[in-house]
Design a protein around this ligand. Structure first.
Ligand SMILES: NC(=O)c1ccc[n+]([C@@H]2O[C@H](COP(=O)([O-])OP(=O)(O)OC[C@H]3O[C@@H](n4cnc5c(N)ncnc54)[C@H](OP(=O)(O)O)[C@@H]3O)[C@@H](O)[C@H]2O)c1
Length: 339
């Protein structure tokens, strides 16, 4: 019997929070590579908050997923068959080929991965796009210095874990923010942050205690109420790294222009000479991937960098896991094991 492909398609554009009817699980014939193409079998799929943006057709830095198309996402797996130079059956590869088991991919969308350096799934988190995001954003925008105070929201998540550990390696005082006692205990005890504050409690009071002198670098992953509590505490010449605002991704685009509650008053950005800058990891990140990977492997080997993953079994469970992530249900880098 021929093996079938499995895929998750975007069926509808969600309004507000996505639900199960926005996705469709399908089984189709296994694709075959044409001349110059590679057939890849995905072992793990990365689920990331940016995918909520791809489900919407609002204007953005990247095109939306078309209705009826396979959901976009990065996977790690192996080459099954190749009709492209530089790739052979059995090669381990990282690339963006979507929420599906088998895909036919152009070679420029694939990157060879040395198998066995880390558990395969970690190539999607610690050594993947989220880890690269942390490394690039700190280098280019956060620019933390030894002795400075850094605050990281969504601290137990894929990006936040790496940001805070890099901050500790540099010699910063690192304060995480996460949802709930278990996540906070993990961030302090396993990742070695100086403290982790629970945003479900009184965040202002916890920040008063943890950062009485103010904050030099705020790594923004969340937005909303967390942002409102943290950013006014930035010191003169502080840096706010605008990585993402996952707490607001289900809001309608342009909601702020249509009578939603006003955002924070950013007037003090001027008085304090703050640097508030957004970035997209793909702007410059992948060109620096070899340097990032080498540095991170060094940190892993020295025991100063670790990662927690939240591995969900089965492609058919990807939509529920993705929807949960937008509410903080994941604990660590969210990955789907496809087999
Ligand atoms: N700029 C870029 O190039 C780039 C690249 C990658 C990622 N990002 C952004 O980085 C951020 C983190 O991504 P990630 O992959 O590391 O995700 P993640 O942290 O692994 O998962 C999302 C986490 O966000 C927190 N969260 C969700 N809703 C929240 C709410 N209403 N209030 C407070 N916290 C909430 C939850 O953690 P708690 O339970 O701890 O609150 C949840 O576990 C996202 O905003 C993402 O879009 C940006």
């Amino acid at each position: 019997m021929t093996e079938m492909n499995q895929a998750i398609l975007l069926r509808r554009r969600p309004v507000g929070a996505p639900n199960a009817d926005d996705f469709e699980f399908v089984e189709t014939a296994m694709p075959q590579p044409g001349e110059g193409q590679v057939l890849v079998r995905a072992r793990f799929l990365s689920l990331d908050p940016y995918m909520r943006g791809r489900m919407s057709d609002a204007k953005s830095y990247s095109a939306p997923v078309a209705l009826g198309a396979v959901m976009e996402g990065q996977t790690v797996g192996e080459v099954v068959a190749s009709r492209a130079a530089g790739f052979a059956a059995g090669d381990t590869v990282l690339g963006g080929y979507g929420w599906q088991r088998y895909s036919v991919v152009a070679p420029e969308r694939l990157r060879h991965i040395a198998p066995g350096e880390v558990p395969l799934s970690q190539n999607l988190g610690l050594l993947g796009m989220p880890g690269l995001t942390a490394w690039v954003g700190l280098q280019d925008i956060g620019m933390p210095k030894k002795g400075e105070t850094m605050v990281v929201s969504a601290a137990s998540g894929a990006v936040g874990q790496v940001v805070g550990q890099l901050g500790r390696i540099i010699g910063c005082k690192v304060i995480g923010i996460a949802g709930g006692a278990a996540k906070c205990a993990f961030v302090e005890n396993e990742l070695g942050f100086d403290r982790c504050l629970d945003h479900r409690g009184d965040l202002n009071q916890q920040l008063d205690e943890a950062c009485p002198e103010g904050i030099d670098v705020y790594w923004e992953n969340v937005g909303g109420a967390v942002q409102a509590a943290v950013w006014p505490r930035l010191r003169d010449f502080g840096r706010m790294v605008m990585c993402g605002m996952v707490a607001q991704y289900n809001e309608a685009p342009g909601a702020d222009a249509k009578g939603a509650p006003p955002g924070p008053n950013l007037g003090p950005v001027v008085r304090k000479r703050l640097r508030v800058q957004g970035f997209i990891v793909s702007d410059t990140g992948w060109g620096r991937y070899p340097q990032f990977r080498a540095e991170m492997l060094g940190h892993i080997a020295s025991g100063r960098m670790r990662a927690r993953e939240d591995i969900v079994q089965g492609l058919e469970n990807a939509p529920a896991a993705f929807m949960g992530m937008l509410n903080g249900a994941n604990f660590g880098k969210l990955v789907v094991a496809i087999d």
